[in-house]
Every structure is written in C-alpha cells, then in structure tokens.
Design a protein around this ligand. Structure first.
Ligand SMILES: [Zn+2]
Length: 121
C-alpha cells in the first residue's frame, strides 16, 4: 500500500480566503451553516441572492430560514433561479457589499461568519 496520495483539489478558487456570511444554523439538518451567495452577477453586482446550507444543500430564496426552502441535487447542485451550477456558475459567496446590495445586511448573524483566514492567528 502506497502512502503517497495525490494532492487534493479541495482548495478551490471559490473558497479561497473568502469569509462566508451566514444568516443562521440550518433548521433542516441542524448541522450546517446557511450562508449567503450572491448570484446572477452583472457588472460585479448580484441581481439576487440565495441562502445555502453547506451541509444538506437546502436553499432559501430569501434570508428567512422559516420560509420556503428547496433542495439542490447534492451531486450536481444547481441554482433554483437560473439553473446554473450553484458553486461554479455566475455566483460567489457574498461579500459585505453584495449583501448590502441585496438589502440582506440585517439578516446576517455576525457570530456565524466563517473566516478561512482566522486560522493564521
Ligand atoms: Zn442543512
């Protein structure tokens, strides 16, 4: 048995050093964080937002976890609005200005912001 595993591809460009802003923990699976994605980017501005659970792929179309949610296919998650790939389409984890643009700033729970850079301290 070889111990030499090929290098993993887990550090995709999408997640590199981008903090994720979340509205709450997932009421469906009770494990994931429901983070905001900025979608339908035009001139670097989102036309709509999604809230996506990073565990169970539940998706909300509004930053209200008590509202209606849909499920994406875990193998091939697609945006419920424009059917583009949820993570590789015309979207990104929302930045503070994206969230401001969406008018969702009040929904963000600052205690749940996931910051990949915080490991460096
Ligand atoms: Zn979940």
């Amino acid at each position: 048995m070889s111990q030499l595993d090929p290098p993993s591809n887990e550090s995709s460009a999408d997640s590199k050093s981008n903090p994720r802003y979340s509205v709450g923990s997932c009421p469906i699976c009770e494990q994931g964080l429901c983070s905001i994605r900025a979608c339908g980017l035009v001139n670097d501005r989102p036309t709509y937002g999604l809230v996506v659970c990073d565990e169970c792929e539940a998706i909300w179309l509004q930053p209200d976890l008590n509202g209606v949610h849909v499920y994406a296919d875990a193998e091939n998650p697609k945006c419920p609005v424009d059917q583009s790939h949820l993570y590789r389409g015309n979207s990104r984890w929302a930045t503070p200005s994206d969230i401001d643009q969406l008018g969702w700033s009040d929904a963000v729970n600052p205690d749940l912001t996931y910051d990949p850079d915080s490991d460096e301290s």
